[in-house]
Design a binder for this molecule. Structure first.
Ligand SMILES: C[S@@+](CC[C@H](N)C(=O)[O-])C[C@H]1O[C@@H](n2cnc3c(N)ncnc32)[C@H](O)[C@@H]1O
Length: 636
């Protein structure tokens, strides 16, 4: 529990506005975009960090980072002490002083980046770059809130009103006379020099130019608001400038990534050597990261580069490590240092979506974050396949939804349907394998559809398929074609059925990921894949993820029209028609039938010796399959 504080103590009105009103305005704008509570927030140009403190203390942000180029950031604690009675800043607030040319990647990534009364001071030729820097640290689903005032051409755009009160004085007066007037009203030559510098470094961007700069940097503006001066505009100015430019004094807008999957060009990723972390946990984290990577803090720019985008994920790994519960997990530590792969991510920020995917993946169970090889292989291959192939996505075996959340994320990005299939109550006892222990039989029962939905989210393309597969298959699913499928059911029968169902429905180039193939823990997974591959004369590759997934890629012909084969309704169709509808896949069906018959013979001969009831089920399935094929070719 953080120490107590009170707004009642605030004496300074400006402090009150910045601590209460500014955060409230930002929070109101963000309501429709997930709000602030629990989110990671960056204040771009935080000044004395009064608003950042307000966001951290009053709006439940998980992490607030305030960055500032000027020394006023150092007033954050003294002001908080006087105005709020604090003795220290809260743990969820980090303040960092940096140079204008610093990159922000070393700070991690954020759900929200906001900037209040800063962009009017940003050097004109650096505005687009600043927006790009913000985009680099904004998560794919994140939003940027920006407020800038006064705009240069407005009545008080010079920011010198206290000294030269005439509205638009800076546009009306000859410049040396304007400075002369300024000098006369300031208390010292130093103050006059400082004010002149402030004035001269204001940019001349208009509201449309500012919006355009955000768009050039890859943002899409999703909400926009302006305020206007209501005093009479001098006629001589109307002859020169448009009325809109002269009267627009404030621009507020909200923006998101125009294309969240398209990262900002990498540019230079060197964090500024002069950046100094003033408060908060970030400096100690850098040390921890360095330790975990097994290196002393170095000036090697490559290692610093790699640190940037990985910071959060490193922190998550570090948390997992510190909260470890079993001795067994010790064996994972040597691998933590290797988990920055691929280099394109850490060095060139080529997959800015990783942070969001990692968050989705670990939301129910941080320990799952250790299986980075699995996350990366699903992420890279889903993106790769979906960017090249048409077709839906499916996951058979969802449990609490972590891997489905990843797949649903990409389904949304690529505008595909995703079938999310599970009993949501663990294994069906009709599908138990021989010699399955009680522990395995009881696995995954602690689940519900609601719990999985809460993890996966409510993308409109999600199709929840509830029940024992394959009985649970819906008509829509049967009719569909697939580009990416994950089968993660652990035991023989649903995996075997899943392969049979999806393989003929895969588009060319489509991938099936089968989890657990070489885990050693689920022998049914290995058997189902091996039998399928030998029956269909296909092969796949092994992945080095924790449970040893197996990947099959469909190649060659596009899936045929399977409707008739599957539904068994077409006995009245004549042989000719059937051959026409099957087209070039008749050969495939014959090969399939031959393999099934061979397997049937084998199963029958082992039935003599085993006399196990387990044989009846595969026999029934084989029998059904043979009947279907026989019907298809009228070879009853
Ligand atoms: C290992 S868990 C899936 C984990 C999930 N893919 C992930 O990585 O987050 C296996 C799931 O398969 C489901 N399952 C097993 N047999 C099934 C069947 N015949 N039909 C539907 N779901 C089944 C279980 O209910 C369980 O939730």
């Amino acid at each position: 529990m953080f120490e107590s504080w009170s707004v009642e103590r605030i004496k300074d009105d400006t402090y009150r506005t910045k601590f209460i009103d500014v955060p409230k305005t930002i929070a109101d704008w963000l309501v429709a975009h997930g709000g602030i509570a629990g989110r990671d927030v960056l204040d771009f140009g935080c000044g004395e960090a009064t608003a950042a403190l307000g966001i951290a203390l009053q709006h439940g942000a998980r992490r607030v980072v305030g960055i500032e180029v000027h020394e006023q950031i150092e007033n954050a604690l003294p002001f908080a002490r006087t105005e709020l009675g604090l003795t220290r800043l809260p743990d969820n607030l980090e303040l960092v002083r940096l140079d204008t040319d610093s990159q922000l990647n070393s700070l991690g990534t954020f759900d929200i980046v906001y900037s209040w009364s800063v962009f009017e001071h940003v050097r004109q030729d650096m505005i687009v770059d600043c927006f790009k820097k913000i985009r680099q640290v904004l998560r794919p689903a994140g939003v940027m809130f920006l407020q800038t005032t006064p705009l240069f051409y407005s009545a008080e755009g010079s920011q010198m009103k206290p000294w030269v009160p005439l509205p638009w004085a800076h546009l009306i007066m000859q410049q040396d006379l304007f400075f002369e007037a300024l000098r006369k009203r300031t208390s010292s030559p130093d103050q006059a020099r400082h004010l002149r510098w402030v004035y001269e470094t204001l940019n001349r961007s208009t509201a449309p130019q500012m919006l355009k700069a955000a768009q050039q940097a890859g943002f899409e503006v999703i909400r926009e608001y302006k305020t206007f001066d209501e005093i009479a505009v001098p006629d001589e100015l109307k002859e020169i400038y448009s009325l809109d430019v002269l009267t627009t004094n404030q621009l507020v807008f909200l923006a998101k990534h125009a294309d969240p999957l398209n990262p900002v060009e990498s540019g230079e990723f060197l964090p500024s050597r002069r950046s100094v972390k003033l408060f908060g946990s970030s400096s100690s984290m850098a040390d921890e990261n360095t330790q975990v990577r097994g290196k002393a803090e170095s000036s090697d720019s490559h290692s610093e580069n790699a640190m940037g985008p990985c910071r959060l994920h490193m922190k998550a790994l570090d948390d997992i490590w510190s909260n470890r519960q079993y001795e067994r997990e010790l064996s994972y530590t040597p691998f933590i240092g290797l988990m920055f792969q691929p280099g394109s991510f850490s060095d060139f920020h080529a997959h800015p979506d990783f942070e969001e995917v990692f968050r989705l993946w670990t939301q129910r169970d941080a320990f799952r974050g250790l299986d980075l090889a699995r996350i990366w292989s699903l992420l890279l291959n889903a993106k790769h396949t979906l960017s090249k192939q048409e077709g839906s996505i499916a996951e058979l075996g969802v449990y609490q939804g972590q891997s489905s959340a990843l797949l649903s994320f990409y389904a949304k990005k690529f505008n595909r349907k995703i079938y999310i299939a599970d009993t949501f109550q663990g294994f069906s006892e009709l599908q138990f394998e021989e010699n399955m222990g009680e522990g395995k039989k009881a696995a995954f029962k602690d689940n519900s559809l609601e719990a999985a939905r809460a993890v996966v989210g409510d993308y409109e393309g999600n199709r929840w398929v509830v029940g024992v597969f394959p009985q649970s298959v819906t008509e829509e699913m049967r009719e569909d074609r697939y580009a990416f499928v994950s089968i993660d059911c652990d035991i023989y029968e649903p995996i075997a059925e899943g392969l049979e169902f999806f393989w003929p429905r895969m588009v060319s180039g489509g991938m099936i990921f089968v989890h657990d193939y070489s885990s050693g823990h689920w022998p049914g997974a290995t058997r189902a894949v091996d039998e399928f591959c030998s029956r269909n004369h296909v092969a796949g590759s092994l992945l080095p993820d924790i449970a040893g997934s197996y990947v099959l890629i469909r190649q060659g012909d596009q899936p045929r029209d399977l409707k008739n084969v599957d539904t068994q309704q077409a006995t009245s169709l004549d042989h000719e028609n059937r051959n026409i509808s099957l087209g070039g896949t008749a050969e495939y069906e014959f090969a399939h039938a031959r393999a099934n018959i061979a397997q049937l013979k084998q199963e029958l001969s082992s039935l003599h010796s085993s006399r196990s009831w387990h044989i009846t089920k595969p026999l029934r399935i084989l029998n059904q399959r043979l009947r279907k094929i026989a019907l298809s070719f009228r070879i009853k």
